[in-house]
Design a protein around this ligand. Structure first.
Ligand SMILES: [Zn+2]
Length: 108
């Protein structure tokens, strides 16, 4: 539970309030800032709370690599006609934002 409390019960990346019942995309998971796959330690300093989506997408990326992958998503979506249609009809509004994380001290 010490990991969960590091960011007030919120995902260290997107800031969503985490669920303890493990249901849905906001289920509480523990992420290794420096991936365990790359030798990251399994101690509290290296552990952060994450939602299922952020933890799944971050995989074995470092925090900076994860940020870089997120930044690519709008360009990938622009390749899809359905996305362009939704933008044309005002259903989705591109922001041009750079990804920010709660752990940066920013409000995502
Ligand atoms: Zn998240």
């Amino acid at each position: 539970m010490a990991v969960l409390e590091k960011y007030g019960g919120r995902c260290a990346y997107c800031g969503v309030t985490l669920r303890l019942d493990q249901k849905g995309s906001t289920a509480f998971q523990v992420d290794h800032l420096h991936p365990r796959y790359l030798g990251g330690a399994n101690d509290l300093d290296n552990l952060v709370p994450a939602c299922r989506i952020c933890n799944h997408y971050k995989k074995t990326f470092s925090v900076d690599q994860f940020r870089g992958q997120l930044a690519l998503i709008p360009r990938r979506l622009e390749q899809q006609m359905t996305y362009r249609l939704a933008v044309a009809h005002g259903l989705i509004i591109p922001t041009g934002k750079t990804p920010t994380f709660l752990l940066d001290g920013d409000t995502p």
